[in-house]
Every structure is written in C-alpha cells, then in structure tokens.
Design a protein around this ligand. Structure first.
Ligand SMILES: Nc1nc2c(c(=O)[nH]1)N[C@H]1C(S)=C(S)[C@@H](COP(=O)(O)OP(=O)(O)OC[C@H]3O[C@@H](n4cnc5c(=O)[nH]c(N)nc54)[C@H](O)[C@@H]3O)O[C@H]1N2
Ligand SMILES: Nc1nc2c(c(=O)[nH]1)N[C@H]1C(S)=C(S)[C@@H](COP(=O)(O)OP(=O)(O)OC[C@H]3O[C@@H](n4cnc5c(=O)[nH]c(N)nc54)[C@H](O)[C@@H]3O)O[C@H]1N2
Ligand code: SF4
Ligand SMILES: [Mo]
Length: 693
C-alpha cells in the first residue's frame, strides 16, 4: 500500500516541510511538502534522507567504550545497560559536585525540548548549543538592538526590492524556502548586491558583486550609515517613532566617509554611495542581511549591530519586503520545557557573570575546554552531546580532546559515528528523522502565517535505535525525574501537548501542519511593533550595553595582513553537504562531493610557484596536511578558502574517512569568546607551500 507521510526535514536544521512517499513500508521518495510555504521545496540533502536511512555505516545499537577513549574499541550494549551506565555516573557527578557539573549541548532550534527538559529537571543551568560557531554574534547583536533573537525575526524576501548580502551565501548555504523566495524576488525585479571575500553561486546570481578585503565589512557598514544620514536617505518617520540613538550614531559615523572606506575595503567610494542611494529609493522594501553563520572576527558583534542599524534607518522593520517579527499561532498547546522553572545557578561558560550582556539561550560552547581543564568556575564531570559534534564543528579539537579526557562521562546521542561520539564513553544511536516522531513545535520561518508541525515517523527503525523522546524519558525515569515526561509513546505526548486545543495528531494528516492563521499577521507600524528592549524601541545605543559599561559601537580597526607566504583561512558550505559530519559519509552525496580543495588567488599562487591542480601543504604550527590547489582570480589575494566538513577521522565511515582536510584542525587557538559570543574563526592564518603529491 502506498502512503504519503508529512514530516520535517532533519538533514540540516533548515527544517523544511517534506512529504515522504512510502510503499509497503519502504521509503520510495522524499519530496518537498506541496501544501506548505509555497510548496515542494527539497534540496539534494533532503532527498538523500532515503540514502541515510539505508546507510549501514551508522551505529546500529548502543555502544559502550571498551578501551582507551578514541581507540575505537566498543562493546555492544543493550539499551538498559547503556541507560544504567549513564545514570550511575550522572548520579555520582550530581551527588559529589552538584547538578551543575553536568553539561548538555545540542543543535539548538525549536526541536530540543526533550534534552533541555531533562537537564533542567536534573537542576543544571548548563545547556548550550552550536551557535558559538554559527549565529551567536548576530543573535546577541539583535538581542541588544531590538530585544529579539536572530530567529524570532525573518525576511519578506518575495516583496523585497533591494537586498545587500554581507557574506550570506544564500543559494549555496541553503534553506530551501528562503532560496526559493530570493529567486522569486529576483524574478520579480528585486535587486541583490553580494559582498564576499570570494566568488560563490550567490555572487554569480547577484546584480552586483564586490570582493571585499576580509574583516573590513564593518568599515563598509559605517560608511553606508554615514552616507545615508548625510544624504537624508533614511526614513524619518520610522526613525522618529522607533529608533533611539540616531544623533549618537550620526556623530559616531561622521569620520567614516565612503572615500575612507574605499581604502579599507577595496570597494570604490562611488559604489558605496550608489548602494546608499539605491537602498533609499527602494525603502522600506529593503533588506541589509545580517548574515547567518556569523563567526568570523572579534568585531562581528559591532558589524551585525551596524547592519541592523542600516535596516532601522531604512524603516524596513515590519513592512512588506523587509524584516518582520515572527508571530505566534493562535492555538494553545503545551510544551515540556514550559512545565519546569528555569534553573538560576551560575553557568559554566561565564554567561551572566563574565559576559553579563550575552544571552544564556545559546551559551558559549568555546568555553568548554577552559572550564573543564581549569575547573573554572567549578568542576565539570559529565557531558551529554546531542545532535552536535563539537570535535568537528569547533576549532582546535586537539585541545578539546585534552579537556574531554578529564570527564567522568561523555555521551553522544547521534545518528552517526560523530568525531565526538568516537571519543565518548557511550554512543546512544538515535533513529533518523524518517524513523521517529518528535514533539509538536512552531515552525520558525512560518512567521507571518505561524503554524504548528512536527517530525513524524514514516517507517519503523531499521536498527536497534530509538527516538529522543524515548531516550530522555528513560534516562529521566532512572534519575528520578520521570514526572516531567508525561507520556509512554510519541502519540501520547502529542495528545498531551494538544489537549484542549481542538486538534489531535490526526490534524496533521492532511497537510503536515496545523495552520490556524490563514492570513499574514503584521504588527501596526505606527504603534504596534513589539521590540523587546527596555524602551520598546530599536536601541542603536543600547541601554542594556550601557548598563554593563560596554560600548554600543567601537572605533573601526584595520585587520592585520597575513605574513609573506601565509593567508587568512576562510571556510564555508557546499550545496550537497551539511556541516561537519551529518552527510559526509552518505553514499550518493559523497559521490557528488567527496573531498575539499584549497582555493587560492591565481596571482598569489603563481608567486609561490603553484599551478591549478598542484598538491600544496597547508599548515599551522604543529599541524600540516596536503590538499589539492584550485586557482581562481575571484578570491581576495589575502584569502585561501576551503569547504568545511572534510578530513573525517572515524575509520568506520569508509566513504568519508581521511578524505580532504579538516579546517577545524587548522583553526588553533581560536577557542575564545569575542564580544558577541562568537568564535572568531576567520582570525586564522595558514602557511601554504607547494609539495609533492
Ligand atoms: N548546503 C548547506 N546549506 C546550509 C548548511 C550546510 O551545512 N550545507 N548549513 C546551514 C547553516 S547551520 C547555516 S549557519 C547557514 C550558513 O549560511 P551563511 O551565513 O551563508 O554562511 P557560510 O556558508 O559559512 O558562508 C559565509 C560566506 O561568508 C564569506 N566570508 C568569509 N569572510 C568574510 C568577510 O570578512 N566578509 C564577507 N563579506 N564575507 C566573508 C565566505 O566566503 C562565505 O561565502 O547555511 C545553512 N545552509
Ligand atoms: N571551520 C568551520 N567550522 C564551522 C562551520 C564552518 O563553516 N567552518 N560552520 C559552523 C556552523 S554554521 C554550524 S551550524 C556548526 C554545526 O555544528 P554541528 O551542529 O556540530 O554540525 P553537524 O556536523 O551537522 O551535526 C552534528 C551532529 O549531529 C548529528 N545528527 C544529524 N542528524 C541527527 C539526528 O536526527 N539526531 C541526532 N541525534 N543526531 C543527528 C550528525 O551526525 C553530527 O554528528 O558548525 C560550525 N562550525
Ligand atoms: S535545506 Fe535541505 S537539508 Fe536542510 S532542511 Fe531543507 S531540505 Fe532538508
Ligand atoms: Mo549554522
């Protein structure tokens, strides 16, 4: 019998709506859900979910370490045995050092309730996620300026008339719904300007593309603010009603002229002036995109605050073609995490103490090794890693391993053998998203027509794996906090969540979503925009930052140049893979892209005697690796570039094992928190020289 199951894609964290075609209990095809958000979008990775399901090189049952950490020696365990092993060590840590000695990290987002509830029920404040190497600076910048998380706002691309992207590779670092809307915008005549340190597919589709000197985007944004204010190109009505700090930012940007910025950025002054004018003509249907993966430099926080300031000056908040605040669906439903009070103990990562201005929502993963090794601010004994691979996604895995070696317990809950899993004490194999049902959540990105949805099982698990709902409930039962998990099956959980709402699990059958808002919801721009800052306005000069004696803007500083024979290392994504380890070993995607290369500027490479296709050695002190060189004129001369997610060190993953170079191993010494809470990943210089193949 044929059936279609509507679910949410988990091949990355785009959470696109999917439709899975199942014939006689076998997944035949994965499609985009035709009923939601413009319909039928699915990227190559989403389609490859079928290949992930049939992959035999993923863990098939629980495993307990049977040798040194990282030795790859495992013994097969039953689920009960693995749960008991974990619970015994969690109890020991809690009894001796307090619940806060237990840490848990995950991938973040709205589908994280099981693990966050578990940790809070134990009494530990120490939840964090991957955002230290992703959105921390943009998130914290927006919290300070508008009181909203990065992802509680979205962009009305379809109606946008003019968009400037600062290194947001929107057509390659994909979220399908977003990429489609941007394509629609361009088809309707909307203009797109792309600013990047190298050519990419987004640049290829842009109306204008500028190669900027790395680390100088802040200079560009300060000059744009200068020009927009000087030329009266802003929206005075919006600024008067909603913006605090206009005079201060006018005074602050007075010296930062387009002519000055040309010298810093390499972008001609007349082009900067042109951007200011073109944006102003299109206002308020303008997006200065603040970026997504925003872990580049120590000053990222100020760059992102400046980009949001540009949007405020254009009046592009809560207007068609601009930025809108996500709305909540008009339906009452329960969440697990909503049943438990927030834990108010001191955090391990300094958020709230050393870093009083940063939000504790996402935390600072880069503080992990320092906190563990130095027992600062207190001892840390156990760490549960859920759908997160810190050894593949944070710089300097060698330092991280030193710290992990000090733990009494390291658990990985993953669908793959991650790098962290390989180094852990226990691997609990989760069922893939096609094999499990999770809790109901509000889809972020459905903001104007908010709706509820969920991950829904299409087929039973192929192996002895389990869903996260079952895993955390079992652990909670053993830790004596089972009351926070009021269900026995996923179906019972959904029924509990939707109790009294008028909806049931079956309500998702027809389209995959419960969509109570049929019309777009906009706030009234005159009086109704809900900025969550103390003043209720956009605070260019932030009262929260002032309170903590942290400047709202800092003077621009020229970034250092690389030494002779060395380059700044920049990394990013390719359309057919997800991040570090999610898709690298999936057959069909691995065939499409199995190895990364080092992009180099042609003229710079020639100076070192390097030709296209040569083997080069890329190195930092204490680590060197061979890689193939790719020469291009369309990359800034100070930069070399490689794709993230290669150089897998897990031998059981035979397709991706040791293919290409791991960028994070080159990013030494960068496990530090910049003012925005981000790891400054691009403050990394590597030496490059020609070598034998
Ligand atoms: N296929 C695919 N799609 C994905 C993902 C994936 O893994 N694979 N991951 C998803 C996730 S989690 C995220 S966060 C997003 C990330 O999406 P993006 O925010 O677009 O991040 P990156 O792909 O890292 O691209 C960043 C771009 O910034 C450029 N850049 C680097 N330094 C500078 C600089 O100093 N100035 C300027 N102007 N540009 C610079 C790089 O060359 C690169 O093209 O992608 C999402 N979509
Ligand atoms: N040098 C460098 N570092 C980067 C980046 C970069 O471009 N360059 N990108 C950064 C960005 S934007 C991000 S978002 C982070 C991402 O960092 P991570 O979140 O660590 O990224 P992934 O490797 O995709 O995913 C982590 C783990 O989740 C597992 N997983 C996937 N699906 C499931 C599931 O359904 N259940 C469970 N339990 N596990 C699952 C995968 O197998 C993988 O081991 O990396 C960041 N780090
Ligand atoms: S962008 Fe692709 S991989 Fe990510 S959720 Fe959407 S379909 Fe899945
Ligand atoms: Mo990310």
């Amino acid at each position: 019998m044929k059936k279609f199951v509507y679910t949410t894609c988990e091949m990355c964290t785009g959470r696109c709506p999917l439709m899975v075609e199942v014939l006689d209990g076998v997944v035949k095809h994965v499609w985009g859900n035709p009923h939601v958000q413009g319909g039928q979008q699915c990227c190559p990775r989403g389609a490859a979910a079928k290949a992930l399901l049939s992959d035999n090189e993923r863990p098939q049952h629980p495993l307990i370490r049977d040798g040194e950490r990282g030795s790859g020696k495992w013994r097969k365990a039953s689920w009960d045995e693995a749960y008991d092993y974990i619970a015994e060590r969690l109890r020991a840590a809690k009894d001796q050092y307090g619940a806060k000695s237990i840490l848990l990290s995950d991938r973040g987002g709205p589908m994280t309730e099981f693990e966050r509830t578990f940790l809070a029920a134990l009494g530990s404040p120490n939840y964090f996620n991957h955002h230290a190497t992703c959105s921390n600076s943009v998130h914290n910048a927006h919290m300070s300026i508008a009181g909203h998380a990065r992802n509680t706002v979205d962009y009305d691309y379809e109606n946008c008339k003019y968009m400037v992207l600062f290194g947001r590779n929107i057509y390659e670092s994909i979220k399908t719904t977003e990429a489609k809307m941007v394509a629609d915008m361009q088809e309707a005549g909307g203009k797109m300007v792309c600013v990047d340190v190298r050519w990419n597919y987004t640049a290829a589709k842009a109306d204008k593309f500028f190669i900027i000197r790395p680390g100088t985007d802040y200079a560009l944004t300060l000059a744009l603010i200068h020009q927009i204010i000087k030329g009266n190109l802003y929206d005075p009505e919006f600024v008067n009603r909603w913006v605090l700090g206009f005079d201060e930012i006018r005074r602050f940007t007075t010296p930062y002229t387009p002519e000055w910025a040309e010298k810093e950025t390499g972008i001609p002054a007349k082009e900067i002036i042109r951007i200011a004018h073109d944006a102003s003509e299109a206002k308020p249907a303008v997006i200065f995109h603040p970026g997504w993966m925003t872990s580049w430099f120590s000053n990222d926080y100020y760059l992102r605050r400046a980009i949001y300031t540009l949007n405020a000056l254009m009046g592009s908040y809560e207007t068609k073609g601009g930025i809108y605040i996500n709305k909540k669906p008009n339906v009452k439903y329960k969440t697990l995490i909503g049943q438990i009070p927030k834990v108010k103990e001191e955090r391990f990562d300094g958020v709230g103490t050393k870093f009083p201005h940063l939000s504790d929502q996402w935390g600072l993963a880069q503080m992990l090794p320092h906190a563990i090794l130095n027992e600062d601010p207190y001892p840390i004994k156990a760490y549960i890693v859920m759908r997160h691979d810190p050894l593949a996604s944070l710089p300097d895995p060698d330092l991280m391993k030193k710290a992990f070696a000090k733990l009494d317990l390291l658990v990985s809950i993953d669908i793959n053998y991650s790098e962290t899993g390989w180094f852990s004490d226990v691997i609990l194999p989760e069922s893939t998203f096609l094999e499990r049902t999770d809790h109901v959540y509000v889809r972020s990105g459905s903001g104007l027509k908010p709706h509820l949805t969920l991950i829904r099982q299409a087929v039973p698990p192929r192996f002895d794996t389990k869903g996260r709902g079952e895993i955390f409930k079992a652990l909670a039962d053993r830790m004596g906090v089972g009351q926070f998990f009021p269900y026995n099956t996923p179906e019972e959980l959904v029924a509990w969540q939707l109790e009294g709402s008028g909806y049931t699990l079956e309500s998702f059958d027809a389209t995959g979503v419960i969509e109570p808002s049929k019309e777009q919801i906009w706030y009234d721009r005159k009086d109704g925009i809900k900025f969550n800052t103390p003043s209720g306005k956009i605070e260019i000069i932030s009262s929260m930052l002032e309170k903590h004696k942290i400047p709202s803007f800092i003077p621009y500083e020229t970034p250092p140049k690389p030494a002779e024979g060395s380059f700044r290392l920049v990394t990013s994504k390719v359309a057919v893979h997800t991040q570090g380890r999610t898709t690298a070993n999936i057959g069909i995607l691995n065939e499409l892209y199995s190895e990364n290369h080092l992009w180099m500027n042609t003229a710079e490479a020639r100076k070192l005697g390097i030709s296209d296709g040569d083997t080069v050695e890329v190195s930092v002190e204490g680590y060197a690796k061979k890689i193939g060189a790719k020469l291009t004129d369309h990359i800034h001369p100070e930069v070399v570039f490689m794709l993230h997610g290669f150089g897998d060190s897990v031998p059981l993953r035979t397709k991706s094992f040791d293919k290409g170079v791991s960028d994070v191993r080159l990013q030494r010494g960068l496990l530090k928190a910049a003012v925005g809470g981000n790891c400054p990943l691009t403050e990394c210089f590597v030496a490059v020289k020609k070598t034998a193949a």
